[in-house]
Design a protein around this ligand. Sequence first.
Ligand SMILES: Cc1cc2nc3c(=O)[nH]c(=O)nc-3n(C[C@H](O)[C@H](O)[C@H](O)COP(=O)(O)OP(=O)(O)OC[C@H]3O[C@@H](n4cnc5c(N)ncnc54)[C@H](O)[C@@H]3O)c2cc1C
Length: 522
Amino acid sequence: MIIDLPTCPAGQLSTLFDVAIVGAGPAGLALATEFNATGVRVVMLESGSAGADCQAEDLNQTVTDSVLGRSATAGRARGLGGTSQLWAGQLLPLSEQELSVNPSAPLNGWVGFSVARMKPYWRRAERFFGTSDVGYEAQNWNSSSPLVSLTDPFVLRFSQFLNEPDMGKRHQAALEDSVNVTVVTRATVQEILTADEGVTGLRVAADPAAGRVIKAKHYVIACGAIETARLLLLAGLGTRRDMVGRCFMEHLGVVVPLRAPSRTLDLGLNSRMVGARRMLPRFMTSTEYVERHSALNAGIGLARVLSSPSPIPALKLLRRDLGSPMSLTSSATRREIWMAAKTVTSHAPQVARAVTAAQRRGHKVTECLGRPALSISVETLPHPENRVVLNRRRDRYGMPVPEIRFKPTDSEWRTIKLVAATVDDVLGRARLGRVTHDTLPSSVEEAIADEHFVPALHHMGTARISPTERTGVVDENCRVHGCANLHVAGAATFPTGGLSNPTHTLVALSIRLADRLKDELR
Ligand SMILES: Cc1cc2nc3c(=O)[nH]c(=O)nc-3n(C[C@H](O)[C@H](O)[C@H](O)COP(=O)(O)OP(=O)(O)OC[C@H]3O[C@@H](n4cnc5c(N)ncnc54)[C@H](O)[C@@H]3O)c2cc1C
């Protein structure tokens, strides 16, 4: 059943639930759907509503002077489905290489995890997403890539795009019909209540209702890496070794111009339809490359640049904002949409030509506009000083606003420059194009100042998995160290980020957590 807190009678939520989940994004929804139609009584508390919700978005405000800029606020959504209302729906599970311990990382990686251990949960995650295993590794594909020369320094993988990315829409009907799962919308958890024995309840605020306390045997915080840190810091939970909020990570991209790019390069890096699925080739640094150069996991893709004003970001913005709950909420957003629409219409002939060409080749429209450039993405390492803390500013519920301190380091910049030079060398020798890597700034400080970094909006870390609370917040079963009935679901738990998109892995981890909780409740 789905109910709205402000209109819910006071007595309706006074029962003791087995599991209380905070947040109805992919992480929370995966847990809830695993419990659906079982004997486990579940309550899922979601700050936004079941439809488009403008009001809860202001609660996403953050303070940051980092390379994240506005993206930390605008790159998150409240409501059923969470940020999957905005995301691209691109799935790629973490590879063995990403799940191993990177020797350059200042702290431990995925100790005890492997592809073999995660694979059963991947399959269930794909059912949650409404898709199946399409073969993410190149060896599963008969056709070889036109960019075979790149497969020495890089490993070729394929990610898939979902046809219906909004997980709220996908699971809403099943949750409405559920007898044992109660989803409560417009219910913002303000406080985790504790006593010696662990968590005793969640104080929930709603407009205009007064706060209520929801009680359960087990609690799961699944509200994204930034909000999860905020709630744990406020409650002082998992904070004995001051690790909560630390090791915040993002995937960062840098766009480097290409000279004389060949059509083969275009064909080799663009996404394509395979049956009913859109697949994207992903060239990622191989284990040998990472070890030989003491580099980080990195990958390349194609970006499009136009001389300003560019219709590419404009088209993307339009597509995102017109279909998003944030649309038309603030005058700033309205202004951006207006500017974007103007930019697209002023490039109408170019847009029309690109649309026709894209349709003919089965490519995505936004990929086919503008001059091709190389986009290099890199993982960021788990540095304790990259962190979420509580700012003095307060939101409308009086909660301190999260402040994000995040700075890429020399390691990330060194890898980007190294990859740019390698790709230039390989493409140059194969006469496929050149990468103008010599134009990149020499230091990370310069790159930050010149705004070279583009965040991917993959927020990770802040409640990392670690064998001990000296280096992390949760154990390998995502249980908060020192608090028996409190768990975390989502990319907050990632000890290292790898390069693959995070949501496939975080949903698989949620499903694994659901199994653990079912065992405990038996
Ligand atoms: C534009 C964009 C594109 C992206 N593309 C991809 C992609 O292609 N592939 C990929 O893997 N990832 C992508 N991502 C990232 C992806 O969206 C996230 O990894 C994913 O949504 C995280 O799921 P989650 O459930 O952990 O958190 P969220 O989806 O952020 O959900 C958290 C939920 O918790 C709720 N909440 C927060 N605080 C509280 C509170 N105090 N009380 C109650 N509820 C609360 C929020 O309202 C929200 O609904 C993209 C993100 C963006 C913004």
